[in-house]
Design a protein around this ligand. Sequence first.
Ligand SMILES: NC(=O)c1ccc[n+]([C@@H]2O[C@H](COP(=O)([O-])OP(=O)(O)OC[C@H]3O[C@@H](n4cnc5c(N)ncnc54)[C@H](OP(=O)(O)O)[C@@H]3O)[C@@H](O)[C@H]2O)c1
Length: 303
Amino acid sequence: MHFVVIGGSGFIGREIVNEIHRRGQRVPVVVRQSCYLYDHGSLSRNLSLISPDAVINSAGYVGRPNVDACESNKSECLAANAVLPGVIASACRMNALPWGHVSSGCIYSSANSNSSSFSELDTPNFTFRNGPCSFYSGTKALGEEVLRDCQDCYIWRIRIPFSNRDCQKNYLTKLMNYDRLLEATNSLSNLDEFVSATVDCFQKQVPFGTYNLTNPGAISTSEVVDLIRQSGVMDREFKFFRSEQEFMSLAAKTPRSNCVLDTSKASDAGLVMSPIRESLKKALQTWVTQDHQSSSLQFPVAA
Ligand SMILES: NC(=O)c1ccc[n+]([C@@H]2O[C@H](COP(=O)([O-])OP(=O)(O)OC[C@H]3O[C@@H](n4cnc5c(N)ncnc54)[C@H](OP(=O)(O)O)[C@@H]3O)[C@@H](O)[C@H]2O)c1
């Protein structure tokens, strides 16, 4: 099966490309420099020239260094997270291509709900329609709304990705580098298991639709910190904000989503993610520092 990855230069996109390579396939990447992504005619012509069997979209605007940056770059955030999925849907429809879109579990928050975990049937509650929300979460929910009637499409919700590779966007690295941490209970996604599940969707012919792709279970920040210390990867004292209010007043511009996702639909469909504590322990046992990581994979960019 031949894939094209849109946004394959990003943190998640690169890992999807690596996963497809591991399965012995070449994979062209479509990036902003090679194609005007926002014009469905131009994107459609690119897809038609490459002639893949399926398309994966991991392009999006997440804000740097974090989602607070989305509050001051709203037009790019809205375009990349809400408009672009619709353009890709249209280009894929024109080429009769199945495709998948990387969404986020951050469209839910437990703070304003009684729900203990959110399934794919629950209406997102950290959105512009059902607020309050961060601008980033609002645009991710709009992206899903744009795709609501889309046939032949997967929507994969990833949440707080981590892996065994020390890097700026890895949740474990973030925890080890922040001065103070916010205590919250969340679902998390092992990035390697997530990307494997996305490619499996096509190869196992999983029914199209929305899937919460997080590791089963939930874990609090302090429990993750305990696992980091027990693993020996880092044994310093971790400091916490006294409350979410203190975090908001000292370290954040916009509220964060904290939530637990129900993973039963994905597991029933054969998309296997290991239990969260097991997955975290394994990542920490096999931890690779930045000095020991091989240089990033070279991938062909579509003309
Ligand atoms: N990382 C997370 O914690 C996380 C969690 C949940 C969901 N997600 C979702 O996963 C997707 C990928 O996130 P990521 O962490 O891999 O982000 P990333 O490392 O910033 O990569 C983003 C990708 O999207 C492209 N891109 C950025 N801004 C764009 C724009 N305005 N128009 C078109 N393309 C644009 C980038 O291209 P260039 O290389 O040209 O900049 C890059 O290929 C996003 O949709 C995000 O919402 C991420």
